[in-house]
Design a protein around this ligand. Structure first.
Ligand code: TNX
Length: 555
């Protein structure tokens, strides 16, 4: 899918002191949206309003101050002035940086749809036509993981400046959201685009801004995963955790254990044919994600949730009798035989083969919901797997249950339900927050939602938005929180449309939880920005839940 995107009539938000000159300053909307005008030489104007959502109180709702999601740290957008991006524009990139040139091409494809409307990418140094876009890598000593950027849109041209290419990519995503939503259509007729004059300074709150896709319960072909990656990139999310194996299916080829995918990949929940990724397909997904600054985090869930592996290789179970394949959704019945050496040869082969294809530093071992082992057996298994993962050069991640094992501080615990994560942060370890009652995208929105489960409660978009990760876990300091991840378990979801419907708009809300400063987040203001996404989401063909809490605007 080409990267394409939004926004119509923009109002600006200045969270701190407004920048001087050029931009018409409004003050940030206060909680329920009455704007005040700061001292300014520009004559005050009434804040534009919109019709209330159907069934809402009769008070007209204000337009949002801007419609960028996640909200940048600092943003000013002119309500009245814009620049014109026409076919003379080029995209200027630093000479010698293929990586930034690639970001330039990505931006060009977003803006243009044909050879004549797609801006050329040129190396800095030559003549730059007015009204062009410059992607600038600034020197300095920023750490490799720096994701900050600055974006300025002036009449003379657009500049994105960052220390690292990732920052440039995020600046491009913000620019995408300043462009009219029609850019998201691949068949839009060529014409100049208007971009409101703007100035943005931005950086993420958390380095881990993730989503998880359960491709084990229902397999998703690579094209669906690519689409999900594109949607993550739009929201400045940077991790895609793939749940690659569970009781109902094994989804990745392991050459030395071919039956895992060939037999274990046959089925899925409900009994339809499953599927698996070949090594080439998986490597292509990793590349596709990396080009969008998304790190793939592979998970092979063990020692439980392993029926598909046991069905393919009965020597992994204690009775060595192959169980049948399973297409139901019961949990807790399967386990690897943790006393057998074969099991560790299997773990080593699987971790090694996936690690080879995974440039990202992480390997997720699952470790959840094990009911057939003693606690001592379970902990010993986790510790042994940690050694194998480290021997393959990766940092281990596991669900909250692994915390009581003797973990290396470099290992990461993913919290999903009350657990002993504090044990791990006590030893200097980090935690990813995926509290089920806030981040589980497979929970129903309300009692009328046809899809999904409800064991962790009903989660409306407001619930997903309104929480503070920094103080979420008692006994865990804010510094120990690596970030936030939203898992999408797929027991009840067997199409990409259903996946999208459950993810959106909650994933949009969680992207802002992970990126934007807590002190600047307000549900009343966020829901206005969310409601303004309709034209862009329509252009993207996105399936989403029309939450009654959001004033959706068609234009
Ligand atoms: C719990 S969260 C699970 C998954 C299920 C999910 C359904 C976790 C680590 N385990 O196996 O799919 O609930 O919501």
């Amino acid at each position: 899918m080409s990267a394409k995107h939004h926004v119509d009539r923009i109002r600006r938000q200045s969270v701190r002191r407004p920048w001087p000159a050029l931009l018409l300053p409004f003050l940030a909307l206060a909680a329920c949206g009455r704007a005040q005008l700061p001292p300014t030489s520009v004559a005050p104007r009434p804040l534009p309003t919109m019709e209330p959502a159907q069934g809402a109180a009769a008070t007209p709702l204000p337009l949002p101050p801007h419609t960028i999601i996640p909200a940048p740290v600092r943003i000013e957008v002119s309500a009245t002035q814009s620049m014109v991006l026409d076919t003379a524009a080029v995209i200027v990139v630093p000479a010698g940086s293929e990586e930034v040139a690639r970001i330039g091409r990505y931006l060009g494809e977003l803006i243009g749809t044909t050879v004549s409307t797609t801006p050329r990418v040129v190396a800095a140094g030559g003549h730059v036509p007015p009204g062009s876009i410059q992607l600038v890598l600034k020197g300095g000593h920023a750490p490799p993981e720096d994701e900050s950027y600055e974006l300025t849109v002036k009449e003379e041209g657009i500049r994105v400046v960052a220390a690292r290419p990732a920052g440039l990519f995020y600046g491009v995503q913000t620019l995408r959201q300043l462009l009219p939503p029609d850019v998201e259509y691949s068949a839009t007729p060529p014409r100049p685009w208007r971009v409101p004059l703007a100035r943005v300074e931005d950086r993420p709150r958390y380095p881990w801004r993730g989503a998880m896709l359960d491709v084990a319960r229902h397999f998703r072909p690579p094209a669906d995963v690519e689409r999900y990656i594109d949607l993550l990139a739009l929201h400045k999310l940077n991790r895609l955790h793939l749940h690659l194996a569970d009781d109902q299916g094994w989804r990745i080829e392991v050459p030395s254990w071919p039956r895992l995918a060939q037999h274990g990949g046959r089925t899925e929940v409900g009994g339809r044919e499953g599927g698996y990724y070949t090594r080439e397909q998986y490597a292509a997904l990793v590349r596709y994600a990396a080009e969008r600054y998304v790190t793939i985090v592979p998970e092979i869930d063990m020692p439980g949730h392993t029926n598909a592996a046991l069905a393919a290789h009965p020597e992994l179970s204690c009775d060595t009798v192959a169980p049948g394949t399973r297409t139901d959704t019961e949990v807790g019945y399967s386990t690897l035989c943790v006393e057998r050496d074969t099991v560790y040869r299997f773990v080593d082969a699987v971790v090694g083969s996936i690690a080879e294809l995974t440039p990202g530093p992480y390997f997720h071992m699952g470790g959840d919901e094990v009911m057939r082992l003693s606690h001592a057996q379970y902990l010993a298994f986790v510790e042994r797997v940690q050694g194998i993962v480290q021997a393959h050069g990766k940092r281990m991640i596991g669900w909250g249950e692994i915390a009581p094992a003797r973990l290396d501080p470099a290992t990461i615990v993913q919290h999903w339900k009350p657990d002993s994560a504090a044990l791990h942060t006590g030893r200097g370890g980090k935690v990813i927050l995926s509290p089920a009652g806030k981040t589980y995208l497979d929970m129903k929105y309300d009692s009328a939602t046809a899809l999904g489960l409800d064991w962790a409660g009903l989660i409306e978009v407001r619930d997903a938005y309104e929480w503070e990760p920094g103080t979420w876990l008692a006994g865990v300091s804010p510094e120990a929180i690596l970030g936030v991840e939203a898992p999408l378990w797929s027991e009840t979801l067997d199409s990409m449309h259903e996946v999208e419907y459950m993810a959106f708009p909650r994933l949009t809300a969680l992207a802002e939880v992970a990126w934007s400063p807590q002190g600047q987040r307000s549900w009343e203001e966020f829901r206005l920005r969310l409601g303004a996404q309709v034209p862009r989401w329509t252009a993207l063909g996105l399936h989403y839940h029309r939450s009654p809490l959001v004033p959706w605007r068609e234009r």
